[in-house]
Design a protein around this ligand. Structure first.
Ligand SMILES: Cc1cc2nc3c(=O)[nH]c(=O)nc-3n(C[C@H](O)[C@H](O)[C@H](O)COP(=O)(O)OP(=O)(O)OC[C@H]3O[C@@H](n4cnc5c(N)ncnc54)[C@H](O)[C@@H]3O)c2cc1C
Ligand SMILES: *[C@@H]1O[C@H](CO)[C@@H](O)[C@H](O)[C@H]1NC(C)=O
Length: 590
């Protein structure tokens, strides 16, 4: 390779390439740090707000918007790229083809892409002979492709620490992960294309210039062969990650993805043998391995011993199931958390994410140490060493039947006598649970269908906090959109519990929208605080109504299909400048 520049110059250029790729890491690191500082500032503001609102029922000061920050939220942070669409899938016919980033995400991504384009070309000797130029470009693009794999692999992990620090969801990181994937693949394609050009123009030591020079090298030079393998695998990985394929065949996608990643790592290991850039590959592989080990140890810790984890599955009307997990090792549950559930007898090793809709430990007050202590005291008082008799806390999920694992499970449960099934299971987690709503005087939570699982724990937590005087919340409105009244069954026992919590009538109102009632008789409002309506809600009117009566700052959350999320987002954006309103979104997919 090379040999045109004197060795000293070549060494300087290698150093330079590494230097340029360090710029990328430094810039990304600085971005993360500034976002952490922003998060700390927001957190402090919210803490102060919670404190000053505890004994303050009017909270008038916090209702007023900060015009500048309101503008930023309206036009940048919450804004979809164009008019309305962010989470709602773009489609070609019935095929989902992907989502558009928000304006802020687009700016970040544009910055990252621009940085890579500039660094690919900056400082390259453009006046020299073509071969030198190609060689420089090749080395630069290869190094940059590698360095971008570091953020790529960090963002792929469920245990990415940035999720908690920045309060950016896995789902959003996943979107950025896909863009980093495209950047890495594009740089790799450029790297390969430039090398092929160089080989064809210059030829090799043994052959004359021309196409043979490339095909010959490909066959004979291991370094080139494996570089080419990695390149082809990278292009395949980008193509198979397309939303249409990912959503239709998630399990296949995942297995192909992991296999291709392993292939790329192995091929690059050979390709980079003896080069300084190997350091990046080692970093990438280490991050990947560590993340996998954390997952494995979480899985072991949560499920091994103490008679393991058990799933009680109960079929519910409306194509759903309630799963109650008896946990081997409980944790202090926080609203907004989800777990990955594996039921080997149904789905082998595959794991699926589900929000925790309910836990039988009181929310928040318990810390894990108390729980373990509780377990120990009752153990001695029960005077038993039978591990099955140990009191085990449980969490419950509501699962809507889809086409894969959830369908198999549903069918298996339906086939039993009383539509009730108990199976050994594995849980991994908890994940998520980074959203805090206690500083909002007014909370509005939208849910559609099974999206209610995400919102129920927040409602329960706010009610408990209201009774205990530990939250700012004075008005909580839950808006739940369901197809048929029978879906109410999903959460009926928990709803009854919540509706009888102390102080509930002062704070909580529930609006139920039944989009496809069979008859008008099905629609009746049990009380003035729980009302039922036929049809779809007018989201904008509801947000307007609530913001007229707003107490303190208002937080609006949504969990449901992308279209609903986009409607709520638009309604919140429209209120910026008039009121202090924040927006939170959770979807059930990536
Ligand atoms: C954070 C989070 C919380 C969720 N909470 C709930 C909940 O409380 N109740 C509920 O019913 N559903 C919930 N879901 C959705 C649930 O994970 C999927 O419906 C389920 O995995 C579908 O399994 P399936 O094999 O039957 O899917 P399929 O019918 O094969 O696919 C249906 C959809 O689910 C997606 N999907 C399938 N497997 C996975 C997976 N392992 N990881 C991510 N997406 C997948 C597919 O891409 C597709 O879009 C949640 C999803 C996420 C990401
Ligand atoms: C490109 O990288 C190779 C391998 O590290 C090195 O031998 C060569 O000198 C480099 N060439 C230039 C122009 O940087």
């Amino acid at each position: 390779m090379g040999g045109i520049d004197p060795p000293a110059v070549a060494a300087a250029i290698v150093v330079n390439n590494m230097l340029f790729s360090h710029y990328i890491l430094i810039t990304l690191g600085a971005t993360v740090i500034s976002m952490i500082i922003y998060r700390i500032a927001i957190h402090s503001v919210q803490d102060i707000r919670t404190l000053t609102c505890l004994n303050n029922d009017s909270q008038r000061y916090f209702k007023m918007p900060n015009p500048k920050f309101g503008w930023i939220k309206q036009h940048l942070l919450y804004a979809p790229l164009f008019r309305r669409r962010h989470q709602q899938q773009m489609r070609i016919g019935p095929v989902e083809t992907g989502i558009l980033p928000t304006r802020f995400q687009s700016m970040l991504l544009a910055g990252i892409i621009a940085m890579n384009v500039i660094l690919s070309a900056y400082g390259i000797e453009w006046n020299g002979p073509i071969i030198t130029k190609l060689e420089h470009l090749r080395n630069r693009s290869g190094t940059l492709a590698l360095v971008n794999m570091i953020p790529l692999v960090i963002m792929a992990g469920r245990n990415n620490p940035l999720i908690g620090w920045l309060k950016i969801s896995y789902c959003t990181f996943n979107l950025i992960h896909r863009w980093f994937g495209r950047i890495v693949a594009s740089l790799a394609v450029a790297h390969g294309a430039v090398e092929i050009m160089a080989l064809v123009i210059r030829g090799r030591k043994t052959s004359t210039p021309g196409w043979e020079s490339f095909s010959g090298t490909l066959k004979e030079v291991r370094f080139i062969t494996f570089g080419f393998v990695a390149l082809v695998a990278m292009c395949t990985i980008v193509l198979t990650s397309w939303t249409a394929f990912r959503h239709a065949f998630y399990e296949t996608f995942l297995h192909v993805h992991i296999a291709l990643v392993s292939l790329i790592m192995a091929a690059l290991w050979i390709h980079l043998d003896g080069l300084p850039q190997m350091a990046y590959l080692k970093a990438v592989i280490s991050i990947w391995v560590v993340e996998r080990l954390i997952r494995l140890s979480s899985l072991m810790y949560r499920n091994v011993g103490r008679s393991g984890t058990n799933a009680d599955i109960e079929v519910l009307p409306g194509d759903a199931m309630r799963i109650t997990l008896r946990l081997a090792r409980p944790w202090a549950f926080k609203p907004g958390q989800h777990v990955f559930l594996t039921i080997p007898s149904v789905g082998l090793w595959t794991s699926h994410p589900f929000s925790i809709a309910w836990s039988d430990a009181p929310p928040q007050q318990l810390c894990p140490r108390d729980l373990e202590k509780g377990v120990r005291t009752s153990q001695t008082s029960a005077q038993t060493i039978d591990t099955l008799a140990l009191p085990q806390t449980s969490v419950s999920l509501i699962i809507r039947r889809r086409a894969g694992f959830t369908n198999h499970l549903h069918r298996k449960a339906l086939a039993t006598l009383n539509h009730h099934l108990s199976l050994p299971a594995l849980v991994e987690g908890p994940y998520g649970g980074t959203q805090l709503l206690q500083s909002y005087g007014t909370v509005m939570l939208f849910a559609a269908g099974v999206g209610i699982t995400h919102q129920v724990p927040f409602v329960r937590d706010l009610l408990a906090g209201y009774a205990a005087g530990t939250v700012a919340a004075r008005r909580v409105l839950l808006v739940w959109i369901i197809r048929a009244p029978e879906h109410l069954e999903w959460i009926r026992p928990w709803m009854t519990t919540m509706l009888s919590m102390p102080g509930r009538r002062d704070v909580l109102r529930i609006l139920l929208f039944v989009t496809r009632p069979r008859s008008s008789k099905e629609i009746h409002s049990p009380s003035s605080t729980v009302q039922m309506f036929p049809g779809k809600p007018n989201v904008d009117a509801l947000v307007e109504m609530e913001s007229r009566e707003q107490v303190g700052a208002m937080g609006v959350g949504v969990c449901g299909p992308g279209g609903l999320g986009d409607d709520v987002r638009a309604a919140v954006r429209r209120r910026q400048g008039a009121r202090n309103v924040d927006f939170f979104e959770n979807g059930f997919g990536w």
